[in-house]
Ligand binder design. Structure first.
Ligand SMILES: [Zn+2]
Length: 369
């Protein structure tokens, strides 16, 4: 298994676009140590190496085990204004080092708040940091990062389908942000990841909210990590008009659905290393569904998902693709152009991003949609 924290031997070093990345899964180990010290929070780990043992995952396990890692450090960051700004700013710097020129970072504001949220996450005490404050702070960190490192970044606000109240407030928040020209995208992501599927059931209130005319212009995407119930993917595409699917590897098992997704050019946000370590795919990268997506010329991209937990970078995911899935330079160009075409930027900005990539790749006019 490849394990490289910074630059790897992957030869592809052109500008990149990343669409599937969790802000709270991409925090630096050192930042967690520093914030704990500043807030006088006692950590069992005294340094980065010790902390890594608690929060990272090296061997293939399960999504439940990976999600449990968040509870090892989120209580340090949540509820702290400076820490939230810092993790957003750091992330832009980290992505700049990986040659990323545009990325969309996702997070649930509720999971970083300690006020106006029920239940208050991570056993925090009641404070005064609301989900709206969190959005504001993350934006500040991102904006400063954009200025400092020249990387463009936008947010995807996550709602969890078992929490209709959060969905409603996020929808309102998105509408408000759009009307004030805030750079946060008007985006809703339907998350099934934070709750075991068997407990989800169906969530009519959430569904009603997300299919209402008020949310019609909100971008939507679905997290279909290890989803086995294909009707949910169908519903996401048909009812919620989801434009992208996070992971979605198992849809390949339903040929009819898969063909439909190909026809509609639905974007698959694939995350090779994550898929192996969360048990979403078999550990053998040479049999990974991404290979089939590549052969079928599907609309997909390569992403890191939770680089903190997997101790990875975009370079490591690219190296996996190069080494085990026979990705060529042209394949890497294609996945980045796919990502640019499927991003949630407004049309003019999207065109500009595509132009920028084509220019640096020297492929103007090639790889048209
Ligand atoms: Zn994810």
């Amino acid at each position: 298994m490849i394990k490289v924290k910074e630059r790897t031997s992957c030869k592809y070093n052109e500008p990149k676009v990343e669409l599937h990345l969790h802000l709270d899964g991409a925090i630096r180990l050192q930042t967690i140590i520093d914030v704990a010290r500043q807030r006088k929070i006692q950590l069992e780990a005294k340094n980065v190496d010790q902390l890594a043992k608690f929060v990272t995952c090296e061997k293939p396990s399960s999504l439940t085990e990976v999600l449990a890692k968040f509870s090892q450090y989120m209580y340090v960051i949540a509820g702290d204004r400076e820490a939230i700004k810092t993790i957003a700013h750091d992330l832009v710097e980290d992505k700049a080092k990986e040659g990323v020129i545009y990325f969309e970072a996702r997070y649930s504001p509720h999971l970083l708040a300690n006020s106006m949220v029920d239940p208050i996450p991570w056993n925090q005490e009641q404070g005064d940091l609301t989900p709206s404050d969190v959005v504001h702070l993350v934006n500040e960190g991102f904006k400063k990062g954009e200025q400092d490192f020249g990387v463009k970044v936008r947010s995807i606000l996550c709602c969890m389908r078992h929490m209709p109240v959060q969905t409603m407030t996020l929808n309102k928040r998105c509408n408000h942000l759009l009307s004030t020209n805030d750079p946060v995208l008007k985006t809703i992501w339907i998350d099934t990841a934070k709750l075991p599927m068997q407990k989800c059931g169906s969530f009519p209130t959430t569904k009603k909210l997300l299919t209402s005319p008020a949310s019609a212009s909100t971008h939507k995407k679905m997290h279909a990590h290890i989803l086995k119930d294909f009707t949910k993917v169908r519903n996401a595409i048909e009812l919620l008009k989801a434009e992208r699917i996070g992971h979605g590897y198992r849809t390949l098992e339903d040929q009819e659905l898969y063909k439909e997704l190909l026809k509609k050019k639905i974007h698959f946000e694939t995350c090779p290393i994550s898929s192996r370590l969360t048990g979403a795919c078999k550990p053998d990268f040479t049999k990974h569904p991404v290979i089939r997506l590549k052969e079928d010329k599907a609309n997909f991209s390569l992403n890191t998902d939770d680089p903190l937990i997997f101790q990875s970078t975009l370079y490591t995911d690219y190296e996996v693709a190069e080494k085990y899935m026979n990705f060529t330079e042209e394949d890497f160009m294609k996945v980045n152009l796919n990502a640019a075409r499927s991003c949630f930027l407004p049309p003019e900005e999207k065109e500009e991003l595509i132009r920028k990539l084509c220019l640096s790749y020297g492929v103007e006019g090639r790889f048209s949609t």
